[in-house]
Write a protein that binds this ligand. Structure first.
Ligand code: DSN
Length: 432
């Protein structure tokens, strides 16, 4: 096996062999094991190259045409290119490409639209929400008064966003902001009923599209900025650029024009300092990639693969939360498969077998968030490598066999070798 083929420059090898060997080890891990974490992907070589450029040397606090430092003529054009492409991608009136992460994007929106102590409603973390949606250990839960909604009870057609409960909660709490979007919810969330609920109580709507931004860009998920009839949907949409969108690690915000100045000011100077322009350049590359017809095809395959993997896993006796998926991710309830098997133990043995995923709480989980009774899988990365339906069937079988034979170390080793054989035919794009 050739090592770190195009990953490490000769300069890094020469200047810092200790670090170079760590980067090589990670490159080998990514290439020889299955990447099934729903929030991960393989960025293209062009995205990674743009990120490793001289743009890292420049300070550019402010926005294009309004910087606090000289020498930003070129940087302005780089950032404007990213902004223009992102606006096109979402049909948005305004875009901000400076958030260093999805959490920072959410923070900027809260700072723009709320005062400390204001009431917000959002999906609870144990129902699929995110830390920045009001977790008590996160700044969001400390600064604002969050009330949580969840999913409907288990059963046929259950474990779906509980719109009636959300409407009741909104009436009761009269929030200033309703946050929608999740990190472990496999179904589509339509913005139309949320907009009606928000309008009834005079709330603004933030859609956190971190997980589904790529699906939206590829036409596989409704664009939450607009309702089906084209009227205004969410007021603001935040997302990360490195998940389904397949860009560099970072965040972004799109919104309607009336909120543009508030959002920009809240992010800089309100929350962040200098933007990371080399990452913004890589975002521009990713947005251009996402505008190509082949990206829609890729996102279609991401969803088809997730549905195929869900089918394979249920044929091996696993229960899928909500019965399946409309998106790139699936949430597996391990309790029916083996009541003694926790998410933590399952994640650890799958790791030993070269199958990388993460444990996750499921709705009504009797176990703690650290232990859990569920596993979350996603297909963005394996789809980027070109895997399709037959590989999803094979992966479902490998997962089931690993968990069944988890006490048999030599069987787990054999599975790891099979995983290496499978992944050898589907290298990440930057490795081809
Ligand atoms: N959004 C989380 C995930 O889904 O993995 C990370 O914050």
């Amino acid at each position: 096996m050739s090592v770190g083929r195009r990953e490490i420059s000769d300069e890094v090898r020469r200047e810092d062999p200790e670090l170079a060997s760590l980067i090589e080890a990670e490159e080998i891990r990514q290439r020889t094991t299955l990447q099934l974490i729903a929030s991960e992907n393989f960025a293209s070589r062009a995205v990674m190259d743009a990120s490793g450029t001289v743009l890292t040397n420049k300070y550019s606090e402010g926005y294009p045409g309004k910087r606090y430092y000289g020498g930003n003529g070129v940087i302005d054009q780089v950032e404007q290119l990213a902004i223009d492409r992102l606006k096109l991608l979402f049909g948005a009136e305004h875009a901000n490409v400076q958030p260093h992460s999805g959490a920072n994007a959410n923070a900027a929106v809260y700072f723009a639209l709320l005062n400390p102590g204001d009431t917000v409603v959002a999906m609870r973390l144990d129902q699929g929400g995110h830390l920045t949606h009001g977790s008590p250990v996160n700044f969001s839960g400390k600064l604002y008064r969050f009330a949580g909604y969840g999913v409907t009870p288990r059963g046929d057609g259950g474990e779906r966003l509980d719109l009636d409960a959300l409407a009741r909660l909104a009436q009761q709490e009269r929030p200033k902001l309703i946050v929608v979007g999740a990190t472990a919810y496999p179904r589509t969330i339509e913005i139309d009923p949320i907009r009606s609920i928000a309008d009834e109580v005079g709330a603004l709507v933030l859609f956190d599209a971190a997980h589904v931004a790529g699906l939206i860009a590829g036409g596989q998920y409704p664009n939450p900025l607009f309702m089906r009839d084209g009227r205004r949907g969410a007021d603001v949409v935040t997302f990360t650029t490195h998940k389904t969108l397949r860009g560099p690690r970072g965040g972004a915000i799109v919104c309607h024009e009336d909120l543009a100045a508030k959002i920009d000011k809240a992010l800089f100077p309100g929350f962040q300092g200098g933007p990371i322009e080399n990452t913004i350049a890589a975002k521009a590359v990713a947005f251009r990639e996402a505008l190509q017809p082949s990206f829609a095809e890729y996102q279609r395959n991401v969803v088809l693969n997730a549905q195929r993997l869900a089918g394979a896993l249920s044929s091996h006796g696993f229960r899928l939360v909500s019965g399946g998926t409309d998106t790139h991710l699936l949430l597996v309830d391990l309790q029916g498969f083996d009541p003694d098997l926790s998410g933590k133990e399952a994640q650890e043995v799958l790791d030993r077998a070269g199958i990388t995923c993460n444990r996750n709480q499921i709705p009504e989980d009797p176990r703690s968030p650290f232990v859990t009774s569920g596993l979350r899988f996603g297909t963005p990365a394996v789809t980027t490598t070109g895997m399709g339906p037959s590989e999803m069937d094979a992966i479902g079988e490998l997962i089931a066999r690993t968990l069944l034979k988890r006490s048999d170390a030599s069987e787990v080793e054999r599975i790891r070798a099979q995983v290496a054989e499978l992944t050898a035919s589907f290298p990440p794009p930057a490795d081809r």
